[in-house]
Design a binder for this molecule. Structure first.
Ligand SMILES: [Zn+2]
Length: 366
């Protein structure tokens, strides 16, 4: 299976994130993608290639121009204001209650500490000097993977970093800046005139993807994720969110309990695949996360590496072409093996697990 990857992600070299007011070591670090790259390269069955530059147009088909402008300017503006913090993080947020009963505020030129909160969901998504370039490159990875599939490949893996599925039309957050999967899905719809299904198997609900396609009947969004009653993104991901207008019925949320087992998980996968098989269209965009893994430091499911091989196999068994895009997954030692298992399953190759000693991630200590 061909893999699209770029070292541009290394510029998003964050070290800390802020959670409930406390700085903790960052989860969404560069080592994640390098671990996956290393294990896939060692496998020998995954040729790597660089993405092509697709420009701003496919991003603006999905995101508000102001969000792109803000992300492009944020770090430089902070420095120009003489703020020497290591990363841009919001101070005040544009919450609904701020203007309840009044017209919603427009973004205006202003101090970076406030401007950030206009576009941010949370404080856990720092912007450093290389974040914008990395986020743009992740979009190009997704779009290049989609191009390869539209030109005849049956399945292609885009090793996107930073991830994307929490980014909404006018909002970044949850480690995500641009919604790679939504941008790829939208470009496939425009290119083919077909409908597209997005299968989101990250541990978290892809609130951004749901929001972007909420009123769209030509993009099915099906997500299996931790119940928002206990997990980020909290406000979306509930089972009764099914879409509106022409998108009514085109959003399927399957919230799962803590400790979700292989059997429970595979039953949910089958349910999502049933919904996808009822749609037309020949391409599935997969938002692939491994924070469903039993040892993930953020997640609380109980999945093991062999399950990823089986999920990949079942998804591929639908017979549709696959644009497989990396989202989350934070247990670094297992990421490569989990990605390899999933992708080998999707390609009809055997599981053939590698021992943990086979990991050779550059600069990684475990
Ligand atoms: Zn996640």
């Amino acid at each position: 299976m061909r893999v699209v990857y770029t070292p541009a992600h290394l510029g998003h070299d964050i070290t800390h994130e802020t959670v409930m007011g406390v700085q903790i070591p960052a989860n969404e670090v560069a080592e994640r993608a390098e671990r996956i790259r290393s294990v896939l390269e060692a496998d020998g069955g995954f040729p790597f290639e660089l993405p092509a530059d697709h420009g701003e147009a496919p991003i603006l088909a999905v995101h508000e121009p102001g969000l792109l402008r803000f992300l492009a300017e944020a770090y430089a503006q902070m420095r120009a204001e003489g703020v020497m913090r290591p990363a841009v993080i919001a101070e005040a947020f544009n919450v609904r209650a701020l203007t309840e009963g009044m017209p919603a505020p427009a973004e205006r030129p202003g101090a970076i500490s406030g401007r950030t909160g206009f576009w941010a969901l949370d404080t856990s998504t720092p912007i450093v000097a290389g974040s914008y370039t990395a986020a743009r490159a992740a979009v190009d990875v997704a779009l290049s993977a989609a191009d390869l599939v539209l030109s005849g490949e049956r399945a292609v893996y885009g090793l996107c970093r930073p991830p994307g599925h929490h980014a909404a039309r006018s909002m970044y957050g949850g480690y995500c800046f641009f919604n790679n999967a939504a941008i790829a899905a939208e470009s496939i719809v425009r290119e083919t005139g077909e409908s597209v299904a997005i299968l989101d198997v990250d541990y978290h609900h892809g609130n951004g993807t749901e929001q972007i396609f909420w009123r769209r009947g030509d993009v099915l969004y099906a997500s299996i994720h931790a119940d928002p009653a206990r997990q980020y993104p909290y406000y979306l991901g509930w089972a009764d969110e099914t879409g509106e207008g022409s998108g009514a019925g085109a959003n399927l949320n399957i919230p799962m309990p803590a400790g979700t087992t292989t059997e429970q998980y595979l039953a949910a996968v089958d349910r999502a695949l049933d919904a996808i098989s009822a749609t037309t269209g020949s391409v599935i965009v997969v938002s692939l996360g491994f924070d469903t893994y039993g040892h993930d430091p953020i997640g609380d499911f109980a999945l093991t590496t062999d399950v990823y091989h089986e999920v990949g196999r079942r998804v591929a068994a639908l017979g549709r072409r696959l644009v497989i895009l990396q989202e989350g997954g934070y247990h670094r030692p297992s990421l490569g093996a989990n990605a390899r298992a999933w992708l080998r399953g999707a390609e009809g190759r055997s599981y053939d697990p590698v021992p943990a000693a086979g990991f050779t991630a550059g600069g990684a200590t475990g």
